[in-house]
Design a protein around this ligand. Structure first.
Ligand SMILES: *[C@@H]1O[C@H](CO)[C@@H](O)[C@H](O)[C@H]1NC(C)=O
Ligand SMILES: *[C@@H]1O[C@H](CO)[C@@H](O)[C@H](O)[C@H]1NC(C)=O
Ligand SMILES: *[C@@H]1O[C@H](CO)[C@@H](O)[C@H](O)[C@H]1NC(C)=O
Ligand SMILES: *[C@@H]1O[C@H](CO)[C@@H](O)[C@H](O)[C@H]1NC(C)=O
Ligand SMILES: *[C@@H]1O[C@H](CO)[C@@H](O)[C@H](O)[C@H]1NC(C)=O
Ligand SMILES: *[C@@H]1O[C@H](CO)[C@@H](O)[C@H](O)[C@H]1NC(C)=O
Length: 231
């Protein structure tokens, strides 16, 4: 008997949900590099960074692969003079080191745009836009020639004073982009607030779920078959 045939599992439903509703709103690398026309200019900040880093320019991006077997990723993004009024989503560039958003009519940028951008170390903005995560997230903030330069991302995990962040016992704090941090369970700890130690009990949690899915699917199968027979 093929129990549950035709009934999608919760994991499949989550996958379908992601493909249909979340994926379309995340720009791919290619889309980020062609947010506007032109290419990274030779003399620009990103252009200089790119040649120093031995990167390859493609549209508004500087690309590099750290390992010949790995695909290339964006290490520099030059969206200067791009007529951008808002910046909502740069997920395709989450491994980037330098972003130039100068000379754009941007009003404000949500900190969430740079969540997860752990390598970001250099941001150039129109002078009225505050650095992602605020001044406290950067080693050096400078305003000159109409631009704001945010340099050297600071870790939120290691700050003394009022910004110091405590992760729950047995979990480790790790930077997660300017102004963000994440607490991850230390090796061999798991569970709510990482207070328990050991392997995640896959069977205890998913066992009953799988069993009830099988039972419900079987009951539905039986009732459908009865209906079909009585027709
Ligand atoms: C960039 O400029 C340098 C000299 O300033 C030149 O040698 C190089 O060919 C230029 N690269 C491109 C892609 O234009
Ligand atoms: C390249 O890949 C190897 C094996 O996957 C890894 O050990 C090494 O750290 C990588 N090098 C860089 C620069 O990422
Ligand atoms: C910005 O772009 C416009 C055309 O799109 C160009 O005329 C202007 O010179 C550019 N400004 C700078 C500072 O590059
Ligand atoms: C941008 O600013 C406007 C008004 O100043 C505010 O209503 C809006 O929520 C801000 N948007 C973001 C993404 O912060
Ligand atoms: C952030 O730093 C800039 C440049 O040093 C300064 O002009 C600005 O007042 C600072 N903002 C805050 C909120 O401290
Ligand atoms: C954390 O702070 C200590 C002392 O201020 C410093 O020595 C250490 O390098 C910092 N670690 C990180 C990851 O920033």
């Amino acid at each position: 008997m093929k129990a549950g045939c035709g009934w999608p599992t919760p994991a499949a439903l989550i996958l379908i949900f992601n493909l249909c509703f979340i994926a379309p709103y995340q720009l791919t690398e290619q889309q980020v590099c062609s947010l506007c026309g032109g290419t990274v200019l030779n003399g620009s900040a990103v252009g200089r960074f790119c040649s120093l880093s031995a990167g390859r320019i493609d549209g508004r991006c500087c690309l590099r692969n750290d390992n010949t077997s790995d695909p290339e990723h964006i290490i520099g993004l030059d969206l200067s003079n791009c007529s951008l009024a808002s910046v909502d989503n740069l997920q395709g560039a989450s491994a980037v080191f330098m972003i130039d958003l100068s000379l754009n009519p941007i009003v404000n940028i949500s900190d969430a745009v740079f969540q997860g951008f752990t390598k970001l170390n250099n941001v150039i903005l129109p002078q009225d836009i505050v650095c992602p995560g605020g001044n406290a997230s950067w080693e050096n903030v400078e305003v000159k020639e109409g631009n704001r330069f945010c340099e050297g991302q600071k870790s939120m995990c290691n700050q003394t004073g009022q910004l110091s962040i405590d992760c729950p016992e047995n979990s480790l704090c790790a930077p997660y982009g300017p102004g963000f941090f994440e607490c991850s369970c230390a090796d061999s700890f798991h569970g709510y607030k990482c207070l328990r130690e050991g392997e995640f009990p896959t069977l205890q949690v998913f066992g009953p779920l799988a069993a009830s899915t099988v039972v419900i699917s079987f009951l539905l199968w039986v009732t459908q078959r009865r209906k079909a027979k009585s027709l």
